[in-house]
Write a protein of this length. Structure first.
Length: 95
């Protein structure tokens, strides 16, 4: 959608390693390649995403899907899943 903003990080070879997709005051998608986790990249993207939302006049930040753009969100997830493994909090838990 034309209102979406994308913040990305790339490695020295210009490979996409992290991305945040924002629409208005909603962070639709944020993920970091599993090989680049635990380096602060996700935290940096989250902070930059929040700052962008607030600089556009919003007081609240929503994390998750915006039902109005559901089909587009699914499309973004499918395309990005080809390049980046989404953050898997459940898999990271240890028994």
């Amino acid at each position: 959608m034309k209102n979406n903003k994308i913040i990305e990080r790339r490695d020295s070879n210009n490979n996409l390693i992290a991305i945040s997709v924002i629409n208005q005051n909603t962070i639709l998608f944020l993920c970091v390649d599993k090989n680049y986790r635990n380096r602060g990249i996700g935290t940096e993207l989250l902070q930059e995403s929040e700052n962008l939302i607030k600089s556009n006049g919003y007081n609240n930040v929503v994390v998750g899907f915006n039902m109005k753009n559901f089909i587009f969100n699914i499309f973004v997830l499918l395309i990005l899943s080809l390049f980046i493994t989404p953050v898997q909090a459940i898999d990271d838990k240890k028994d």
